[in-house]
Design a protein around this ligand. Sequence first.
Ligand SMILES: [Zn+2]
Length: 222
Amino acid sequence: MPRFAAGVVRFQNEVYPQKKELFEKLSLGQSPEALFITCSDSRIETAMITQTDPGDLFICRNAGNIVPPHTNYTGAMTASIEFAVAALNVPHIVVCGHTECGAMKGAMNPEGLDELPHVREWLGFAKAAVEIVNETGAGKSEEERMRMLLEQNVMLQLQHLRTHPKVAARLAKGDLQLHGWIYDIKTGDVLAYDEAQNKFIPVDERYATEMARLAASHGCAA
Ligand SMILES: [Zn+2]
């Protein structure tokens, strides 16, 4: 029996009973706090990183955490974004890139993608980020350039999000916030883009105010 099938049995016997009430409540509907867009990479465990429960995040994953700019062509990302933003009314959208991203390595070196034509074409949606790194990252090490690309790609996909009509409308209305994150697989660190400083900073700094408010509302001391 595959390991993950055995896992399902363990989930049913040990995990489900502990959260039975939550699962029964979720069967009546969902009201996720965020649309969470990240890479398909197997090393990213969204619920573990964010310590969230089922029902908290509406998740879209693809190679390179990419959001194609809006066109009249209907794709999976387009439909999922529209549903999350206009039907579920999520108040937040997170685009979360990560270190050691194979997709971003491919975007940086597309000549290695001859045998992966669909991957190569898909990574065309990250082309502007690659161009920015090529233009501004000259003389920097390969590692520094990759770091720049991870950040630039997240920024670019946030720009693409703004071209989606329902996202644009909600942003204009002022009840939707966009967030850019980078998850470090090796260290567990998560950096978040801070508009005021125009750079990625640790999550606890970026959301210090929000976290203090949340702790206060839960009656915690910290
Ligand atoms: Zn990746």
